[in-house]
Design a protein around this ligand. Structure first.
Ligand code: HEM
Length: 173
């Protein structure tokens, strides 16, 4: 295993252990105003997740125009990798964890708006997976898509986000 990969694993396991310890402590203590705090951090995590989901395809559009192996292309690779690893992945995990905790804590499980929201969030998570794959393709200089393709992909997270926010705030059903 490369030293860099080893450090990343130690960091990831350490981070997960701290998160689990924090969550267990809070679940046992359960202060009376826990729910609004969960919601506040859920919204913060969702903002960070969406920032990456909107920015990554935009980076891909510009990356398509850079010659593979050029200095510009290598810079895009670093930007894409860091954005995904440092922000987008963690923000997605935090959004899911805090969201599911609120589903449990607020007894929302039978609410129809939540089922519709989860459908859209699963689609958003699917796009997240595709973005991870395309990042890996760019990193290996084997991207097969055009800038126009990524311009269209760029619209999908925005449309899903609008639906998700309307469902959770308006709760139409
Ligand atoms: C990842 C899975 C997710 C789950 C399980 C989840 C679940 C929830 C739950 C149960 C609430 C509390 C609703 C209430 O108290 O009225 C909530 C609030 C909220 N969620 Fe999510 N959510 C998820 C992802 C997202 C995403 C991706 C977005 C935006 C793109 C989002 C935006 C919001 C907003 C803005 C609120 C605050 C609504 C309000 O206070 O009126 N959520 N979420």
């Amino acid at each position: 295993m490369a030293p860099d990969t080893g450090h990343r694993w130690v960091g990831a396991v350490g981070g997960a252990a701290v998160a689990v310890a924090l969550a267990t402590g809070l679940a046992i203590w359960h202060p009376s105003n826990l729910y609004p705090w969960l919601k506040a951090f859920h919204v913060i995590a969702v903002i960070a997740w969406m920032a990456g989901m909107l920015y990554l395809p935009r980076l891909f559009v510009y990356h398509c125009e850079a010659e593979p192996g050029s200095r510009q292309s290598e810079t895009f690779k670093v930007m894409e990798r860091r954005l995904r690893r440092a922000i987008v992945n963690h923000a997605m995990v935090a959004s899911w964890a805090l969201g599911l905790w609120m589903v449990y804590d607020g007894s929302w499980i039978s609410a129809h708006w939540l089922h519709a929201k989860l459908l859209l969030v699963v689609a958003l998570s699917g796009i997240h997976g595709m973005l991870a794959r395309w990042t890996a393709d760019f990193a290996a200089d084997r991207n097969r898509h055009t800038g126009r393709f990524f311009r269209i992909i760029n619209e999908i997270p925005a449309v899903l986000m609008i639906g998700i926010v309307i469902l959770v705030v308006i709760k139409p059903f």
